[in-house]
Design a protein around this ligand. Structure first.
Ligand code: PLP
Length: 456
């Protein structure tokens, strides 16, 4: 079957009949119908109508080097031809997993030298939780069970990862998540949690919420603190620079493992290779995903520091944990090639110098827009928070779904512009040009203006 010859409507009928989409209201999808994407190149995606969409989101924060790179296609195909699958369970290994683990240990913060692979960011967080549990058991402190995470966090959709996430609609009515061993603290969301404060003082205050919770629970019962360097799905929540050093100090003081979810921030999003470099974090465990392959194939990594791995390796015997696709050969080969391209083309350094100041300046032009209460960004991750009243910061009611309305207005005009709640988010590919950014912001403004009229 040649999909190009099928009408959009025919695709929509099939789509409705059988395909359950993630994070989707299927009743409204039935009415609206899906846009059917068929091709991507650079920062653009084309649909079956022949319309071109500029991808302001890098897919879902993953297509960091853009669509259609033939080198990645070749890396995957060559590996499939040579060795299409290899398990790593029974004293077996293969070159692309070994080389990727070595490469990661070279480019990550010092001391993060032991790499466990799986397929998704959610699974990387599951692995991290299992490693934390195993570590404290082996350290003779099994009573360290509680994991502290943050409100508005997103760590994935499996049972534990959803529990770590601080997004209440994910918990569902009467469900058993969040699991009782997880607790959430307020986050470094200055617009809502520290209005009017000096940002650096707010960073210290926000970090003190961690210490407060540790003391409430009892330090001997706390296992780990899980956090993203900057929160992406929470609506581009970027902490002040004082926040992370203070968090690090508190974790050290109470001997709590610091687990940093770099699934979005990793691979250049902040303008540094990892958010941990940007904010000066030294994690005990780190999760990577998405940008590790620029979204060409599914792969994630959970990296253990020497401190954690040494105990697991020396004392732990067999760690009964793993996945069929841990270290899948083609996924690892694509990740290696993706990193090679990023290094050879100085993609992160160029983004930092050439794009990020421009991106930030463009975002700042929305200060004063009648719908926008807050403008925030780190690197190429930006958020424009929609409010009903800019003076009182009153939000629109949840049911109004104003963010979704704005996304729809943008998509009609050819821009993928995401609503994270009422925050409109942009995370363009790191290879976008300034001219393409002009288009992104032009359409974003039109979409916000049209939304202001519709809700005015
Ligand atoms: N961690 C963070 C910070 C994320 O943003 C996401 C997904 O958006 C995940 C974990 C989950 O990754 P995946 O969707 O690959 O399971």
């Amino acid at each position: 079957m040649n999909y190009r010859h099928m009408e959009t409507q025919a695709w929509q009928v099939l789509d409705r009949a059988h395909y359950l989409h993630p994070f989707t209201d299927h009743a409204s999808l039935r009415q609206a119908g899906s846009r059917v994407a068929v091709r991507g190149e650079g920062v653009y995606v084309w649909d079956t109508e022949g319309d071109r969409i500029i991808d302001g989101l890098s897919g879902l924060g993953c297509v960091n080097i853009g669509y259609g790179r033939p080198e990645l296609v070749k890396a995957a195909a060559d590996q499939m031809q040579a060795l299409s699958f290899c398990q790593s369970f029974f004293n077996t290994t293969h070159p692309s997993a070994v080389l990727l683990a070595e490469k990661l240990s070279q480019i990550l913060p010092e001391g993060l030298n032991h790499v466990f692979f799986q397929s998704s960011g959610s699974e990387a967080n599951e692995t991290a939780v299992r490693a934390v549990r195993r570590y404290w058991d082996l350290a003779g402190k099994p009573e360290r069970r509680v994991i502290i995470a943050r409100e508005a966090a997103y760590h994935g959709s499996t049972h534990m990862a959803a529990s770590l996430s601080g997004i209440p609609p994910m918990y569902g009515a009467g469900g058993d998540i969040p699991l009782p061993s997880v607790t959430h603290i307020k986050t470094a969301y200055q617009y809502r949690n520290g209005p009017g404060m000096d940002p650096e003082e707010f960073g210290i205050l926000a970090a003190s919420w961690l210490e407060e919770r540790i003391l409430e629970i009892g330090p001997d019962k706390v296992a780990a603190f899980f956090a993203e360097p900057a929160q992406s799905a929470g609506g581009a929540l970027c902490p002040p620079m004082s926040y992370w050093p203070e968090i690090q100090r508190i974790c050290k003081k109470y001997d709590i493992l610091l687990v940093v979810d770099e699934v979005v921030c990793g691979f250049g999003r902040t303008g540094k290779w990892f958010g941990s470099f940007y904010y000066g974090i030294q994690p005990d465990i780190m999760q990577l995903g998405k940008g590790i392959t620029s979204g060409y194939l599914p792969l994630s990594a959970c990296i253990l520091s020497d401190r954690v791995a040494d105990l697991l390796i020396e004392e732990g015997g067999e760690w009964a944990h793993g996945f069929t696709y841990s270290g899948h050969p083609s996924c690892c080969a694509v990740a290696l090639e993706n990193i090679r391209i990023m290094e050879e083309e100085n993609i992160v350094e160029n983004a930092e110098k050439e794009l990020i100041p421009y991106f930030r300046a463009k975002l700042e032009t929305f200060v004063g827009h009648p719908l926008i209460g807050d403008v925030r960004s780190v690197g190429l991750m930006g958020g424009l928070e929609i409010v009903k009243n800019r003076v009182t910061r009153e939000a629109y009611p949840y049911e109004a779904k104003i963010g979704y309305h704005c996304s729809g207005e943008a998509l009609k005009r050819g821009l993928a512009f995401r609503a994270n709640g009422d925050t409109m988010s942009l995370m363009p590919p790191l290879i976008i040009t300034r001219q393409e950014l002009d288009t992104v912001f032009e359409i974003a403004r039109e979409a916000l203006d049209a939304t202001a009229v519709a809700f005015g």
